[in-house]
Design a protein around this ligand. Structure first.
Ligand code: PHE
Length: 445
């Protein structure tokens, strides 16, 4: 069966759609806020360029040369012991775990889109109560919105790579970018704008702790969708003759730019209204709605645009989280797409329901394992363990297991020898070492 191929811009938008997600607009700003701003941002930028980008290119290389699912790609590319290396393809299942909590957060966003049409909470305190009530009190509501996000995602993926994934990205990504451009220019009219720039780009090194360094490195993986075969899987649908290095640069650039722009917008409002940047995960769901309240009716409009943008970013990422597992079933077991998706859906639905209930006061205790609720546990296991582990395995695999000549033969079409050597050094030594340090620290300290 001939595989569906993205168009050139289709691939870039789809990969950027995967990368640009809740990680950029929700996680990055609150992490930057919690970790003191500038110095954290600089470390994050360095990590993206030095580590993230090289693993990204390695994933594209694997997908593009094999045009096979994540498991088969390892198996066929290994110079020897393919039957062992195929187990590195475990990473195609990480998505099932991520999707289970990711769609819940998209559900929250849907709820906040509707909230934008009514009176916004008048203070951060009131907003905090509202958010708390939604997450820990109203499991029926949360469950309903999770269902919408979940079935929407599955429906898009069911339509296939061209008519589903590519089309959604072709529509939603430009809209997302337009909304952010508008919000960016709008935020420029606020006096908090300058403070926001200083906060994000003026490094105060004494604010950088060991932990913020590690968070910056870990986030570089999450935000570029690395370590679970998403980029690899999308790359199997690359059109012929596409310059894979250039495309990777574009995607990493768009992803980083959008994180920074989102950060600038959010902190402009935060500083303008004298709020603290260190609110944490509630920054977007608690601080922002209360700040928008101060803007009157315009606040409702801004709130609506903001949460719509966040929803678009989330949906285009969610579909990319399903596809590696789907392609694995389709390619390896010659399953119909619909059948593959039903299997995935059943698992995600069960895990997602557990995650919803784990946040509630009423049932939380029943869904707590190793001292963490199911929701937090899925987030932790995937973002802190599975993604970095997957990224490290990919780097080591391309750097040491595939013959250098083979890699060089393909990559020299897109890179000068100097750049190739730099990239190769990064995936062989810098990336694995950095990931190892991050993981050991995250797990044991
Ligand atoms: N990159 C996405 C984000 O920033 C999350 C993601 C992780 C998507 C892994 C796909 C794979 O939100």
């Amino acid at each position: 069966m001939e595989k569906a191929r993205f168009s050139r811009v289709g691939f870039i938008l789809a990969a950027a759609g995967s990368a640009v997600g809740l990680g950029n607009i929700w996680k990055f700003p609150y992490m930057a806020g919690q970790n003191g701003g500038g110095a954290f941002v600089l470390i994050y930028l360095l990590t993206v360029v030095l580590i993230g980008l090289s693993i990204f290119i390695a994933e594209v290389y694997m997908g593009r040369t094999t045009r096979e699912d994540g498991v088969t790609a390892f198996e066929t590319l290994a110079a020897r012991n393919g039957h062992i290396w195929k187990y590195a393809g475990f990473m195609v299942f990480t998505g099932v775990l991520i999707l289970s909590f990711y769609t819940i957060v998209i559900g929250w966003i849907f709820k906040y889109i509707i909230l934008s049409f009514s009176t916004l909470p008048i203070s951060v305190g009131a907003a905090g109560k509202l958010f708390g009530a939604m997450v820990s009190g109203d499991w029926e509501g949360q469950f309903a919105f999770f269902n919408i996000a979940f079935f929407l995602t599955m429906w898009i993926v069911a339509r296939g790579v061209k008519r589903g994934i590519e089309r959604v990205n072709l529509i939603l990504m430009p809209l997302l970018i337009l909304i952010l451009i508008f919000l960016f220019f709008y935020s420029m009219t606020y006096t908090g704008f300058e403070k926001s720039l200083t906060f994000l780009f003026y490094p105060e090194w004494d604010k950088l702790t060991q932990s913020s360094l590690l968070q910056a490195v870990g986030h570089a993986f999450f935000t570029l969708s690395l370590g679970m075969g998403t980029i690899m899987t999308y790359a199997t649908s690359l059109p012929k003759g596409e310059n894979i290095v250039k495309s990777s640069f574009y995607v990493a650039f768009i992803d980083t730019l959008i994180a920074l722009v989102a950060g600038i917008i959010i902190f402009t409002f935060v500083f303008h209204f004298g709020e603290k940047p260190s609110q944490g995960p509630g920054l977007v769901f608690i601080s922002l709605p209360a700040l928008f309240h101060h803007m009157g009716v315009m606040g409702n409009v801004i709130s609506l645009l903001f949460f719509v943008a966040l929803a678009f970013a989330g949906i285009t990422s969610a579909v990319s989280i399903v596809e590696p597992t789907a392609l694995f079933f389709i390619n390896r077991f010659k399953m119909a797409r619909s059948k593959a998706l039903i299997i995935i859906a059943v698992i995600v639905y069960i895990l997602g329901t557990m995650a919803v209930l784990s946040n509630t006061k009423a049932y939380g205790a029943h869904f707590t394992y190793f001292g963490k609720g199911a929701f937090d546990l899925m987030d932790f296991v995937s973002a802190a363990i599975l993604l970095p582990l997957g990224g490290m395995i990919i780097a080591i695999f391309v750097g040491f297991v595939i013959e250098r000549d083979k890699v060089h033969a393909t990559m020299s079409k897109y890179m000068s020898d100097r750049l190739f050597n730099l990239w190769y050094f990064s995936i062989r030594y810098i990336a694995p070492a950095a990931v190892m340090i991050v993981m050991i620290n995250k797990l044991f300290f």
